[in-house]
Design a protein around this ligand. Sequence first.
Ligand SMILES: [Zn+2]
Length: 148
Amino acid sequence: MKFQLVVNEEHASDAYGIFQNETDISIQRRKGRVYFTFEKGSPSKEAVSKSIILFPELEMAQVSGNSRKKVPLTLPESLVGLMNCPNPLCVTSQPKEPAVPELRVLRVSPLLLRCEYCGRYVPRESLSPSLMEVTKFIPQSKKIQTKV
Ligand SMILES: [Zn+2]
């Protein structure tokens, strides 16, 4: 059983970025579509969620021999630390605030998220691959202090 993820040609380079840490992927291009086949097991849940968020045409399937079965696109109820809030004024967008971005999934298709901090509604149009890089650094000492 192999896991397959299909995007349009225009999203191929963004998809490479998301899957760069995954192993054993074979890639085929066919009729404007790019097929990422994970030869051993599934990609990480994070990579799957990011793909669902970014690529409206995404198709997922399980492939075994000649049979190919589509997999429904589902997201967890809440995306914690997966992506940044697009609102530059949001507390989670401030580099020195130790707040981990958290977006609630209101709807998968068409995609609609809502930031738990600033309340902004986030449709797919306001998303970009760069928002998927959560680089927030939470100092270890801060974590310990809040627990004591
Ligand atoms: Zn926000």
